[in-house]
Design a protein. Sequence first.
Lengths: 621, 77
Amino acid sequence: MPYGIQDRILRVNLSTGAVSCESPGELFYRKYIGGRGLVAYYLWHEVPPQADPLGPENKLIFAVGPLTGTSFLGSGRNSVGAKSPLTGAYSDAEAGGFWGAELKRAGYDALIIEGQSDKPVYLWIKDDQVEIRDAAHLWGQKTAPVEKQIQKELGDERIRVAQIGPGGENGVAFANICNDLTHFYGRGGLGAVMGSKKLRAIAIRGQRPPVIAHPERLQALVRWYAENWESMNKSSYEYGTTSVVMSLNASGGLPTRNFQEGSFEGAANISHTAINEKYLIDREGCWACPIRCKRVVQAHERYNVDPIYGGPEYETLASLGSCCGIDDLEAVMKGNELCAAYALDTISTGVTIAWAMEAYTRGILTAEELDGLELNFGNGAGLVALIEKIAYREGVGDLLAQGSKKAALQVGKNSIEFAMEGKGQEIPMHEPRLKSALSIGYAVSPTGADHCHAFHDTTLVSEGPFLENMRAIGVRQPLPLSDLSSDKVYNTKQITNWRYFSNMAEICNFMSWTPVQLEEALRAVTGWNISIHEIMDATERVATLCRLFNLREGFTARDDYLKKRFFEPLASLNGHALDKETFDSALTTYYEMMGWSAEGVPTFGTLARLGLDKLPGAVHV
Amino acid sequence: MVENTVHALGICQNYMPGQQATLGGNFASMAVSQVAEQLGIPAHAIWFYAVGGKRVPPDYRLSPGEELTIHSPVDGG
Ligand code: SF4
């Protein structure tokens, strides 16, 4: 009997109603581990080239990792993936909460949704019992009433629900999927894929926890963290990620007015202290985590902000706030609430609206074309109005619902120059002119620009315990933020691959676990004699598989670009700009280190080394 | 005597007395790096210092009443 994993993949075909279950065997998991690894494997093998992301051939895959649903702290995560309607590329997204643990405890490592229903449905999974149920009465509603209704009709408040909102129903290209209302599989438009399948929600209750190989070894790790978390994560409990606003603002790298500036005069108004002093009413957390870093906010003055939808984290404060030049915290919190209720990615929403604001400022879009909105930077009421329009694709919302790249290509007038995206996915709230390794991370991420997949240089600028711990995965020395030498590229490659592991084993990046502790956790849970070396090989295998998927879809090295704006001086960083030649050279070095050609295509030797050389249709040089 | 206020963000807070995010005290004429050292915040936990919201070098000396913020490295998650 395998330990840690369930060795069961559940398949539901919404075109035919067929439900089946298969066991790929323990060696498969050893090769792909879980989460993102399973998503990449099944997307490569089962989604035909050039499939329409919103058509029946695309598959939506929910996958947990070997740690998900165990008592290991921070193990409440899981991945979701599909071919993205936003980018046309490989896509996956991860979230915490409790839903992933429930899927694992229902006895599954992955759930593959195939086909397309012709009417709205939801799935009800209770261990071996899998039902496709009518969801006509749920369609069109915000997320909170839908969760309540499902729990009511199934007669159990402990049921966990992952769902889309009106954004996904209406095919918004950056619609997301949420679980427990406040945890989001944010990026890539996976909500639109689920909406195209007419699948409103997946409700789960599971009572078959995984069997742990060495419970006493796992418990020793759990006990250590439980006894020490307050000395490591106090700030996460108090402020979540919201204090990052003030840090990045003071550093000169807070994305402001569509990345035209790096410091925001209104930063204090959208800061951690502004939230805690007036609006914070509670904190929430995830499965097996004592930290409870999630915000719960409420407001009653200019806007009513409903605490049921939680509260904004850093990425949202910056994307709906400084990036749009908005320092009206209630408008930002209302925007966050609406994005949650309609299930829209806040980063893409904010950056797309910031693009529209810049287009208005430059006279490219008029108030008339914006449904009468005077869309200057700083217009909080305009932001709130546009989120509603995007969710329902009303008026100009239909243009913006495509994301900034497609909207800019439709509008023309060179507005693509300031659509701040990578592979069509909006740039997250970390400035690559400040953290130079992000330039490579944003360019090579198979999903398009993503901060969770990338290495943030700030963590490795000096010697200390973090660097010492990261030496276990090959990181060698501290380097300055602006460095893009081959040494920095090597650190970037190693940390980026390590971040794949977080999303394969499924562990929260905010936890302070070291690589050696995570290796021990994986060994304790699965009983495998696995090493960090084998883990790093698995991460590279999955990274290369994602690359192969995109190459098959027609992506080339030309798609690993960084927008021109990042090669222009940023005043708040004393005029610092990325150097194009240095960036190009670092990108080529990254390819070489990954065993890819100068065109970004894996060599045959790389595929053979990773055990991918027998994949039918895999390109190589 | 007008006190100084010190804010410690991110992991810097973990090292503050009582793990407080903010504390007051008379640190006038001390270099900001000395303030961090006196409070027990190790160098590796510090990204940079800011006074009144503006970045300052480690040898910047505080004046009475100034607000110091000690920023820790910012990751993304
Ligand atoms: S640190 Fe925050 S996001 Fe991570 S598991 Fe804990 S509560 Fe969830």
